[in-house]
Design a binder for this molecule. Structure first.
Ligand SMILES: *[C@@H]1O[C@H](CO)[C@@H](O)[C@H](O)[C@H]1NC(C)=O
Ligand SMILES: *[C@@H]1O[C@H](CO)[C@@H](O)[C@H](O)[C@H]1NC(C)=O
Ligand SMILES: *[C@@H]1O[C@H](CO)[C@@H](O)[C@H](O)[C@H]1NC(C)=O
Length: 446
């Protein structure tokens, strides 16, 4: 039996409107609070007598690590022109159809991400026929979904233990497609989001296996500030064009991004000081750096200290990557590089760019919110979705420039070359997007 045939029961249940991923047709009481919040924002600055009232709401909530994201189609009733001031903008009274996107975060106030209101005849606002969330017939939806899932299984050579598991993954895949569509709708750069090799993972699985929550929760060791830059910085720079960057590596399902970020930085520093580009060992840090927590996460600032204490790094070839913690088998006579110290770098992105162009690739950490579904282009997530306070992934800045006028950072990731743009992530530069400037550091080789 072919794998897609296992999916027929799921297809069947989607067709019958079982546990689906489409809009529920009726009002849901859970949507009322976010709808009321959106309406209050809509009414802000209006006289009491001119405030619109809630008639009906439909839509759905998507649970994300960042909170709950509601997509709402709300019908509002505007009062007839009562107080004269309310009619100044000559708005006729009657019903209004609004598309609201509301983000509800546990630790913050609700945020209205999007507001688009018009007369009910405005096709643009109708989900059933407009561009906001095209919802073709359930049947077409499901057939398209199955076909995307089949492509996904082939492209990434995926298989599951049994039919139940395959169906479960299809459900997750469908939800992730919808989430990717939301991220796409709210992106302010030129990025494309969609199916990636992580499309069959729940957000929880993805966070546990690939991200590094310690980056936000541990107090980092304070490093001394880096040497001043000379400037001015060139308009663009890319260390890949200067032989200072090794190929994209793959951390696998292990939260060891911190080790990859640091070896990437040390590889660059060693190359620029000693002229040899060596792929260095992350496994040595996973096994032997007792300040950090192996696949459970770590901090670049600790890893520099560990490298100094251990007496250097072996090469990838001598101490190769396993993706799980093993007994430390570092031997000092196999160390091929050393570092003498480490420094903290500026939080000012222009300063950071100048430092990078003058000194080499930089270890950074960021909020990886937009990365699970990132495919290509310059990512610029809406700020409330990619808070600079939730740093959960360490990576390597290797360059910067502009693409069609959009300023970007070129970021080497460690999820293999079959993710993003051949393993790279391009992130908007100049707005502290996703906290890109929050934790920049470098090793120093004297
Ligand atoms: C695909 O996955 C199977 C089992 O998971 C493995 O045996 C096979 O070598 C993989 N093929 C490729 C081309 O990666
Ligand atoms: C199917 O596979 C999943 C995941 O490996 C497992 O947890 C489950 O018990 C399996 N179910 C059956 C019926 O074999
Ligand atoms: C840098 O560290 C190496 C290895 O520990 C050491 O041999 C060298 O003397 C140090 N350089 C300076 C300037 O301290």
């Amino acid at each position: 039996m072919e794998v897609w045939q296992l999916l027929l029961p799921t297809l069947w249940s989607l067709l019958r409107g079982g546990e689906g991923w489409r809009l529920p047709p009726a009002s849901d009481p859970a949507l009322e609070a976010p709808a009321r919040f959106a309406m209050e924002v809509y009414n802000r600055g209006r006289d009491l007598g001119a405030a619109a009232e809630l008639l009906s709401v439909r839509g759905r909530g998507l649970k994300m690590a960042q909170g709950q994201l509601y997509s709402l189609e709300v019908t509002l009733q505007e009062p007839p022109c009562g107080p004269p001031t309310a009619c100044e903008d000559a708005r006729p009274s009657g019903t209004l159809l609004c598309h609201f996107e509301v983000l509800d975060q546990m630790w913050a106030k609700q945020t209205l991400l999007k507001q688009d209101c018009g007369r009910p005849g405005d096709q643009r606002l109708h989900w059933t026929s407009g561009r906001q969330a095209p919802a073709p017939a359930a049947q077409e939806d499901s057939v398209q979904l199955i076909s995307l899932f089949k492509d996904f299984l082939t492209t990434y050579n995926k298989s599951y233990a049994n039919a139940t598991e395959t169906q479960r993954r299809l459900g997750i895949f469908a939800r992730n497609l919808e989430l990717a569509r939301k991220v796409q709708e709210l992106d302010r750069g030129s990025a494309e989001y969609g199916v990636t090799k992580f499309s069959d993972l729940t957000e929880e699985e993805f966070r546990t296996s690939y991200l590094n929550p310690l980056l936000s929760s541990l107090p980092g060791r304070a490093l001394r500030p880096g040497p001043a830059t000379r400037g001015p910085a060139p308009a663009s720079w890319d260390w890949r064009d200067h032989g200072a960057v090794t190929g994209v590596k793959n951390q696998g399902a292990c939260g060891s991004c911190w080790a990859f970020s640091v070896t990437g930085n040390v590889e660059g520093q060693w190359f620029l000081r000693r002229g040899a580009l060596l792929a260095l060992s992350e496994q040595e840090l996973v096994d032997c750096d007792t300040l950090d927590q192996a696949c459970g996460g770590g901090l670049p600032s600790n890893a520099y200290t560990a490298i100094e204490k251990l007496g250097g790094l072996e090469t990838e070839k001598d101490y190769s990557y396993e993706g799980r913690k093993e007994r430390c088998s570092f031997s000092p006579d196999k160390a091929r590089v050393y570092i003498n110290s480490s420094v903290d770098l500026s939080r000012d992105e222009e300063e950071l760019a100048t430092w990078l162009a003058e000194n080499g690739p930089v270890s950074i950490a960021l909020n990886a919110f937009a990365m699970q579904f990132y495919r290509r282009g310059v990512s610029h997530p809406f700020r409330p979705l990619c808070s600079p306070w939730f740093i959960d992934h360490a990576v390597l800045l290797v360059g910067y420039g502009h693409r069609s006028g959009i300023p970007f950072w070129a970021i080497k990731n460690s999820w293999g070359p079959d993710w993003g743009e051949e393993g790279y992530y391009y992130l908007y530069r100049g707005a502290r997007a996703c906290g890109v400037n929050a934790m920049a550091s470098s090793a120093i080789v004297d």
